[in-house]
Design a protein around this ligand. Structure first.
Ligand code: PEP
Ligand code: MG
Length: 760
């Protein structure tokens, strides 16, 4: 039975249209359970009823027509009670309601169970039999198991189905499709899905050749043309994105080299296959190899290989890749958006990006952020082609997409865009003014830096008091090997020079967890509790020493470097790190003396993000110059909620009372220890977070550069001594939601309600 269940669930996930997928379930379940009838209802929360969406055994004309109110009939009862109902004779049950359209008069035995996803009833699935009998426990267990397994698929399929059904069927309203925020911003545009008309190796049927020499030269010619295309694309993006992001294209170049793809293709041609056939086989085998790799970064590269293969193929069969006409405001949509697809679209026409697969740190997201285009990543297998030519509202802050919006939705979104730009304009007017509260308390505002665009000296960065967090792992992730000491030195020096005379806090490599290095893969059951941050680098002192030396050399004659250690759990880790930093300092100071350059001792700090550290503050304070609170990880580890797991994302909340108490304690303890402390997690960039943190006594905040003017604006309109009541009430709350309402009320009272919108 287990395999039948698995097959049914797999089938749903393969069928793109919701109603067809559910019809398939109804049919398969009716057969598998040998029942007379199976029916599936989905909840419509706007109309407050369940609509019959699939059936095998009830009247097919009732599909999409019959609706059962949330408090009506047996279906409504299952929804209300959120549990199965198993009755011998439905017709005599007091809650039975007769719906003539469905024609169920002949059925008596009834078993139904809710389909629940993340505590929300999505629908009800029921089976019925003509004879009057109670369904067996095993049958009940089977239906519950199926409903639980279906729930995620239904939630996903519902999103997929919305695209098709919304326009045609009354009863399915246009709702947002939720993905992951890939790059912030709002956009209205037309879906543009360029892969649709491109030459595709997958559809090519392999043929043999008797003239390998000719085929090899055809292949080489196609490679030369493809290399030229890539070169042009590289040039195009180079002007817009920093070098290390444009480096993505070098991977393509490597793959085209005779030593990788090329050799394998030519070998195949020599064994009798035509050039295109040889290419197809090699690309497919590379794709399979990449997609089976355990390392997610390497798995993602399978898409690059296929994209590249199709490019060579296009030249090989000599067709002009017939891209569909590009709308003026294009929202690029693809199954997996590649860097080349992005570069193919002129910047002035590209307003947004949707990648059906992919995550926050995939190349497409990195590039989208670098070119400043809003993006949504990872939308549960909704086929990209369904978006083509449709009007789309894209919210890169919330990771939400609305397809074919109605007039009201579009108008509301336009208003948001206008408000966003007006507000941005308003905020930017004060970006050069000091971040001082109404009662004259100066709050130092630092930039969080990592993605290279922010190295390009934006006005926001210039207005910052320095860099509070430079996430050095980002450039490490964008290379194909550990960057050399010289490469690192150059990168760090650029940053230190850009912020000359201002402090720059560089965090040592914080890889592991959700930040894998493509060239240093390892597998762990619990990566967030595993080999991460300082744990990894202390096990590899050679990596740590090279990095620290590069930082110190970069700081010669500048003296504005601070070094910060991530994921520290014990005093010993700090001692050992300091020993290595001393060793690197000694080596670089000898070099500096030889060349008569000055080397200033960097300040050394520790990130407060593992809860254990909160109980060792006095001991660690003796060893370091400053602390910085990583509220993102502190929240994750205090609440035992994986910050990247969508299933528990509702539980991940930095406004949880436990997190607030921890933050408040840290501020108090650091005051007692007389140790400077900054907050550098996302909370420091949220309007409500800023009020609470200032009330706790934090006077250094580090946040994404794009949020600096907003936070400055808030600070300039707030009196710190008037926030203590807010903090007191917040600390007495028992729910994050209560705390958030308190904070929102306060923001409203201060006339800052408009800023609450996430990420703005
Ligand atoms: C944090 O954990 O709050 C933090 C700033 O570091 P990261 O988000 O890079 O883990
Ligand atoms: Mg962290």
């Amino acid at each position: 039975m287990l395999s039948t269940l698995r097959q049914i669930v797999e089938e749903i996930s393969r069928i793109p249209v919701l109603e067809e997928a559910l019809q398939c379930v109804a049919k398969r379940l009716q057969q598998a359970m040998a029942v007379d009838c199976c029916a599936i209802y989905l909840a419509d929360y706007q109309e407050q009823n369940f609509i019959l969406v699939a059936t095998e055994g009830l009247a097919p004309e009732a599909i999409g027509v019959t609706r059962v109110g949330f408090s009506e009939g047996l279906i409504g009862l299952i929804g209300q009670r959120e549990e199965p109902i198993n009755i011998d004779d439905a017709q005599v049950h007091p809650r039975f309601k007769h719906y003539p359209d469905v024609k169920e008069d002949a059925y008596h035995a009834f078993l139904g169970t809710p389909i629940i996803h993340q505590r929300k009833v999505l629908g009800v699935i029921s089976v019925q039999q003509k004879t009057s009998r109670r369904f067996a426990e095993e049958e009940e267990a089977l239906l519950i198991t199926l409903a639980a397994q279906m729930a995620l698929e239904v939630a996903n399929a519902e999103a997929r189905g919305l695209l098709n059904i919304a326009e045609e069927k009354k009863g399915f309203r246009r709702q947002g499709i939720i993905g992951n925020p890939g790059s912030p911003g709002l956009a209205i545009g037309i879906g543009y899905s360029p892969v649709v008309n491109k030459a595709n190796l997958k559809d090519f049927i392999a043929t043999r050749t008797t003239k390998p020499a000719i085929e090899v030269s055809k292949y080489r010619e196609a490679v030369v043309k493809t290399k030229k295309d890539i070169e042009q694309l590289t040039k195009r993006v180079e002007d817009e994105v920093p070098q290390d992001v444009a480096n993505i294209f070098h991977l393509y170049d490597h793959l085209l080299d005779a030593a990788s793809l090329g050799k394998a293709v030519e070998d195949k041609i020599h064994s009798g296959w035509s050039a295109a056939s040889a290419l197809k086989q090699v690309v497919e085998s590379y794709e399979a190899q990449f997609s089976q790799m355990s390392d997610p970064y390497m798995r993602e590269r399978a898409v690059d290989v296929v994209d590249l293969g199709n490019r060579v193929f296009t030249h090989l069969i000599n067709i002009k890749s017939s891209l569909p006409p590009m709308p003026d405001k294009a929202i690029l949509v693809a199954h997996e958006v590649t860097a080349t697809m992005l570069a193919d679209i002129p910047r002035e026409k590209l307003v947004g990006v949707i990648s059906v697969k992919g995550a926050n740190n995939s190349h497409a997201a990195i590039l989208a952020r670098a070119v400043g285009v809003p993006a949504v990543m990872g939308i549960n297998d909704v086929p990209a082609s369904l978006f083509a030519d449709k009007e789309i509202l894209l919210d890169g802050y919330a990771g939400e997409i609305t397809v074919s919006p109605d007039g009201q939705q579009k108008q509301a979104f336009e208003t948001l865009i206008t408000e966003e730009s007006e507000l941005q304009h308003l905020l930017s007017k004060e970006e050069q003014l000091p971040a001082t509260t109404l009662d004259e308390k100066h709050i130092a505002l630092f930039s969080n830096i990592g993605l290279s665009k922010t190295l390009q000296d934006t006005a926001d960065d210039r207005a910052a008091d320095g860099v509070g967090l430079y996430r050095t792992e980002i450039p490490f992730m964008q290379h194909d090997r550990f960057p050399s000491e010289q490469q690192q030195m150059q990168l760090y020096r650029n940053l230190l020079v850009q912020f000359r005379n201002k402090p720059v806090t560089m965090r040592t490599l914080d890889v592991g967890g959700d930040k894998p290095l493509p060239y240093f893969p390892f597998q762990e059951e619990n990566p967030f509790l595993g080999w991460r941050g300082i744990r990894l680098t202390l096990d590899h002192p050679e990596i740590f020493l090279v990095q620290v030396r590069a930082m110190l050399r970069a700081s010669l004659n500048l003296g504005n470097l601070s070094i910060m250690l991530p994921m520290v759990t014990s005093v010993d880790e700090v001692r050992e790190s300091k020993r290595l930093i001393r060793q690197a300092f000694y080596e670089v100071s000898e070099e500096a003396a030889r060349e008569q350059l000055s080397l200033t001792k960097p300040k050394i700090g520790v990130m407060l993000e593992v809860p254990a550290i909160l109980y060792q503050l006095p001991k660690i304070a003796e060893l370091v110059d400053f602390f910085s609170v990583g509220s993102n990880d502190l929240t994750q580890y205090l609440l035992a909620v994986d910050r990247n797991n969508a299933r528990v994302s509702d539980l991940y909340d930095s406004y949880h009372p436990a997190v607030l108490h921890a933050l408040n304690d840290i501020a108090q303890r650091c005051r007692e220890l007389n140790k400077p402390v900054t907050v550098c997690g996302e909370m420091a960039g949220e309007p409500g977070g800023v009020l609470l943190l200032i009330a706790m006594g934090y006077d250094k905040l580090s946040l994404n550069s794009s949020g600096l003017s907003k936070v400055r604006w808030i600070i300039r309109r707030t009196a710190r001594n008037e926030l203590s009541d807010l903090l007191q009430s917040a600390l007495e709350c028992s729910e994050a939601s209560e705390i958030k309402s308190l904070v929102s009320e306060k923001l409203e009272m201060l006339g800052m309600g408009g800023l609450v919108r996430a990420g703005l």
